[in-house]
Design a protein around this ligand. Structure first.
Ligand code: UDP
Ligand code: MG
Length: 317
């Protein structure tokens, strides 16, 4: 019997975790595959872990990786994939925004011979217009900026074949943007469409701060275009500055009455220092990444693992 691993990152999800377990179990039992549900507790200090441990004590299909602290969604998914034994690995959020039933159609596509099946969101329910608009333009912008083709309107909800998972496990970069990394790997890809639901309970663990961090990772990790644009902006401002210089020298030479000139100086100073700050910031992002990579610290620290000694061979617990 083929084995499907499902990786579920969970951060303060005590309100949904049981329901998540039940729905996933229902869906996976309905299939003809052995399965394992790998929950990664990303340093939640609520009752998420307690509830998971209880579930795992009576169901060996449930495995737990417990992080020493919050390392972030992308690190949690990475840890889950690293421990997955399946012939295919499914990544899904704990909050049931991605309907577990879609996994069945993903598996069907995989059986047709696709190595990566990603979930493409048809519509998203129960999200603020701010999230919808920022997400939409982020994906458009990302695609424009980035050097690999990252599918629009997809999250990390996807199925990957074990050979893709093995390659993914060898990618050691620290600033992880998983959907980009998987696109970068290549292989035969397709998608299934679905409607994204409202969160079952609890609230988003992606505040604006984390969203911005994530967006920066996506762009800077997959493109050097920002550096090229800095060059261009720099080039244009230098020409502007030269023009200004020639103009002021000529004005002085032909002896036209010197104006107070305060405005033009202020404009020049603010404009150019603005451009410089921006450029330094972008360059800084790249340098920070070089620094992160050179430290070669582990991506996450696991403090406990549960049920990994049990290898699933059937569809029952
Ligand atoms: N998550 C995590 N670590 C974090 C933030 C989020 O493991 O630091 C998990 C969270 O429990 C959920 C998934 O990542 O299973 C997606 O998070 P969320 O639903 O809050 O994001 P949104 O759907 O609002 O983008
Ligand atoms: Mg969510």
């Amino acid at each position: 019997m083929k084995l499907i691993s499902v990786v579920i990152p969970a951060y303060y999800e005590e309100e949904v975790i049981e329901h998540c377990y039940e729905s996933l179990t229902r869906v996976m039992r309905h299939t003809n595959y052995a399965y394992e549900l790998i929950f990664v507790n990303d340093g939640s200090r609520d009752r998420t872990l307690e509830k998971l441990t209880l579930i795992a004590s009576s169901d060996y299909n449930v495995k737990i990786i417990d992080f020493a602290r919050n390392f972030g969604h992308q690190a949690a998914v990475t840890a889950g994939i690293a421990k997955a034994n399946g012939d295919a690995v499914v990544i899904i959020d704990a909050d049931l925004q991605d309907p577990p039933e879609v996994i069945e159609s993903m598996i069907a596509k995989w059986e047709e011979g696709y190595d990566i099946v990603y979930g493409k969101r048809r519509k998203r329910e129960g999200e603020t217009w701010f999230k919808l608009v920022t997400a939409k333009y982020f994906y458009r912008f990302l695609n424009y900026m980035s050097d690999v083709d990252i599918p629009k309107d997809t999250g990390d909800f996807r199925l990957i074949d074990s050979k893709v998972a093995h390659i993914f496990n060898r990618m050691s970069e620290k600033n992880r943007f998983i959907r980009g990394m998987i696109s970068w790997i290549g292989f035969k890809q397709t998608y299934v469409e679905y409607d994204r639901n409202e969160r079952f309970a609890g609230e988003t663990k992606y505040p604006l701060r984390k969203m911005l961090r994530f967006a920066t990772d996506g762009i800077v990790s997959f493109s050097s275009k920002p550096l090229k644009y800095i060059m261009r902006i720099g080039f244009v401002t230098v020409i502007l500055a030269l023009g200004l210089l020639i103009y002021s020298v000529c004005a002085k030479l032909i002896g036209s009455p010197t104006e107070p000139g305060w405005t033009s100086i202020m404009v020049a100073i603010t404009l150019f220092s603005g451009v410089q700050m921006l450029s330094l910031g972008i360059i800084g992002e790249y340098i920070a990444r070089i620094y992160d990579e050179s430290k070669s610290r582990p991506l996450y620290i696991v403090q406990n693992e549960v049920n990994f000694e049990h290898i699933q061979t059937s569809n029952r617990s």
